[in-house]
Design a protein around this ligand. Structure first.
Ligand SMILES: Cc1cc2nc3c(=O)[nH]c(=O)nc-3n(C[C@H](O)[C@H](O)[C@H](O)COP(=O)(O)OP(=O)(O)OC[C@H]3O[C@@H](n4cnc5c(N)ncnc54)[C@H](O)[C@@H]3O)c2cc1C
Length: 318
């Protein structure tokens, strides 16, 4: 066996976990069915914020741990894709968030008159905004620098990677529905529109966690990302033009200049939501190999990636 661990899954969860393990001295190989650019992770907007993720208390702790790491990575934004960007979460109050919120420096309730749009409440913050195509490429490079290997390869069963390494980490996101199989996983479809940025430098969200239609925009290099949707149980990956028009119209209600922005493209991803929340758990396969399951990060896999990766790594090495 030339690997200590096979990480199945090359999205943000798999790559961050693989980096964490490789930098602890383990020989790590990642198997990814899809190229990084075709994962859900590549679609994400991606703002640091624990949205649509459970269990709430653990997610808050993982998010804070990740916030510290992203804060460091924001020191080299061109390479890592991570930047500190100010913005507003409309329709949100501090009291409605978990204990984690008190530990986010600078997060503050806005006076009603300062909240954009028709919202009575809102929070202002400066948070990590992550350019995912750049960040995924950077994670891969960091993994390779630590001796890891990434290959395009689909696992038809967990026994396949278990035949070539003593430990398997299952970071297959929604793919765990079939691979485990885990019937508790369900997709929450998200659609985005990418437009030329008409000069917006701050992010904005009005994204109630229970709503199917949300309103948000994130300024990324070379584009403004407009969202969004959260359609429970929907599987389709083809962008719907009516949905796209609705997204642009909702965002333009907050910043009218968005209405005339040239459309650069459309993105759709399926958030891996799971009954009971994120699964980070070790299990023995019939042949004796150990599997550490690490999937089900819902709408916040980027937000919690480093904290969760450390927890999963403890199960691998511990
Ligand atoms: C529109 C949208 C916006 C979002 N915005 C944000 C945001 O702002 N902030 C945030 O934190 N999160 C956001 N998310 C959520 C975030 O994208 C996900 O939680 C995260 O990407 C999940 O990462 P993952 O690595 O578990 O899954 P994925 O990125 O789906 O990766 C799964 C990997 O497993 C591989 N795989 C699957 N099955 C197999 C198999 N059998 N064999 C081999 N490989 C396999 C796939 O090829 C892939 O490499 C958003 C999601 C969407 C859809």
């Amino acid at each position: 066996m030339d690997s200590d661990v096979i990480v199945v899954g090359g999205g943000v969860v798999g790559l961050t976990t693989a980096v964490t393990l490789a930098e602890r001295g383990l020989r790590v190989r990642v198997w990814s069915r899809d190229p990084a650019g075709e994962t859900t992770s590549a679609v994400a907007g991606a703002l640091w914020w624990p949205y649509r993720i459970e269990p709430a208390e653990e997610a808050g702790a993982w998010a804070l741990e990740s916030l510290r790491v992203y804060g460091e990575l924001a020191g080299a934004p061109e390479e890592t894709g991570v930047r500190w960007v100010p913005g507003v979460h409309a329709d949100t109050v501090l009291d409605g968030l978990g204990a984690w919120a008190a530990r986010v420096a600078g997060l503050r309730q806005l006076p009603p008159g300062e909240v954009p749009g028709p919202y009575a409440t809102g929070l202002a913050a400066r948070l990590p905004l992550i350019d995912m195509p750049v960040h995924l490429a950077w994670l891969r490079d960091r993994l390779v620098a630590a001796g890891g290997v990434v290959e395009r390869r689909a696992a038809g069963a967990l026994a396949e990677p278990a035949a070539v390494a003593p430990v398997v980490v299952n970071c297959t996101g929604l793919g765990a529905r079939e691979l485990v199989p885990d019937g508790g996983l369900r997709p929450v479809r998200g659609q985005l529109v990418l437009v030329e940025n008409p000069g917006i430098e701050e992010w904005f969200t009005a994204a109630d966690a229970g709503a199917a239609e949300t309103t948000y925009f994130f300024p990324q290099p070379g584009r403004l990302v407009l969202g969004g949707t959260a359609e429970e149980g929907a599987e389709g990956l083809v962008p719907d033009p009516v949905t796209a028009a609705g997204i642009v119209a909702r965002c333009a209600r907050i910043r009218p200049e968005i209405a005339g922005a040239r459309v650069l493209g459309h993105r759709v991803g399926l958030r891996p939501a799971r009954a009971g929340g994120v699964r980070i758990e070790a299990e023995r396969l019939p042949g004796g190999a150990r599997v550490v399951h690490h999937y089900g990060h819902g709408g916040a896999g980027v937000t919690v990636a480093w904290g969760c990766a450390r927890r999963a790594a403890e199960l691998v090495t511990g």
